[in-house]
Every structure is written in C-alpha cells, then in structure tokens.
Design a protein around this ligand. Sequence first.
Ligand SMILES: CC(C)(COP(=O)(O)OP(=O)(O)OC[C@H]1O[C@@H](n2cnc3c(N)ncnc32)[C@H](O)[C@@H]1OP(=O)(O)O)[C@@H](O)C(=O)NCCC(=O)NCCS
Length: 210
Amino acid sequence: MYLTVIAAALADSSVRTLSQQEELPLLRDHLLRLDRASRRDRFHGFMDDSFIERYAEKCANDGTTIIAFFENGVVRGAAELHPPDQSPDSLPEIAFSVEASVRRRGVGSILFRKLIAVARTKGYKSLRITTGAQNEAMRALASKFGAQLVFRHGESTGTIDLTKYDQAELAMSWIESVLNATRAALAFNRAYRRMLLRMAGTAPSEWGAS
Ligand SMILES: CC(C)(COP(=O)(O)OP(=O)(O)OC[C@H]1O[C@@H](n2cnc3c(N)ncnc32)[C@H](O)[C@@H]1OP(=O)(O)O)[C@@H](O)C(=O)NCCC(=O)NCCS
C-alpha cells in the first residue's frame, strides 16, 4: 500500500540538485512565479523581476547549490545552499521558496531534509537561516529542523547543527515527508472531485466520507 502511494507520488514529482547549466533558467523561472507577498518574504522586500534575474544569475555562478522540487516537470520549490565563503563568519546560508500552489503539503520539509543531507556530504557542520520576523511559515519550517531563531534588526536568524542528524534518520524522515505530501495531495484531489460532483448535481456518496 505504502509503496503504491510512494510510486504515485514520485510519478509526477521529484526532488534533485540542479546542474549548473539548469540553475539560471529553472531557478529564475521558479522565483519569477512567486507572488508579491512571497517575493517580499523570500527577498526581504526586493521584489522586481530584474532583481530576481540578477539573483538567479549570481547563484548560477557563485557555487550555490540548488535543490529543486519538480511537479509535472516544472520547478515548484527550491532550497538554496550558499557557499560558506560568502558570509563573514563562514557559515553557509540557506533559503527556501515554495510556490503557493504546492504549499503546506510538506514540500518545504522535503527540501529541507535533502538540503541537510547535501550539506553533510560537503562536510558542513552548521547552517544559518535568516528570515523576516513576521514570516510564520519559515519560522515554523526552520524550528521543525532545530533552528533556534533569535530576533535581531527586524529579522529572525538561527543556526542548524548538522552533527545531530544521521543518514538513516534523514532517509526515514524523507519517506515520511513524501507520504505526508502524498496524503495531502490525495485529500485535496478527493475534496476537488467531491466539489465537481456537487456542482454537477451528482450524489457524492460513492466517494466515501473523507
Ligand atoms: C516557508 C515556505 C518555504 C514553507 O513551505 P511549505 O512547503 O509550505 O512547508 P511545509 O508544508 O513543509 O511546512 C513545514 C511546517 O511549517 C508549517 N507551516 C507552513 N506554513 C505555515 C504558515 N503559514 N503558518 C504557520 N505554520 C506553517 C507547517 O504546518 C509544517 O509544520 P508541521 O510539519 O509540523 O505540520 C513557503 O511558505 C514559502 O516559500 N514562503 C515564501 C518564501 C519565504 O518566505 N521563504 C523564506 C525565506 S528564507
């Protein structure tokens, strides 16, 4: 049963690190699809297209690793792992973006786990995340992965200790995340089918209670 569910999930979605050639077009197009509020949250206020285009170009050329969540061949979420030499205290910075259409289905969590696994293979011991003080979603996601966020200069900043994670735990948690995302997607599909049936005037009893 679980294998069937995982297979269904993987049939149209996948998570992988982008090659350097893919980074510029795929990251740029994903970030350009973010709505205004998401751009504000992601870039701390910088929202125009030309800024995003320059930002994607910089990531493609400065050694940033991008882990992407694909749905039906389109990048709908990205985790960024910036090289340590870009920060004054040599801590690699991380950042996340998930398009509104696939939020709260565990995509951010799947990307976070994959990013931790990639960062560990690079030998990093800790990571830093910075987000807006009002960004409840990112604060919840970062806290889930052990970030102790402190409020400073209008931002929340925290570090994540990678020495606490082992590979087996990450692998099991990843499967759990995929299942959660799949359950959420299936629940959404059932609700959508029920709504269509109701609109068509067909009794929904054959679809069951959930
Ligand atoms: C932050 C963001 C990446 C989260 O992505 P997501 O795919 O929705 O995250 P998940 O579904 O994995 O949720 C992770 C946890 O955060 C919680 N969460 C998600 N959105 C939330 C919200 N709006 N308010 C409170 N909690 C929220 C979830 O309940 C979940 O916790 P749980 O597993 O204990 O239930 C996404 O909202 C986003 O891209 N926002 C815009 C860009 C941004 O703010 N980036 C951060 C700057 S670094």
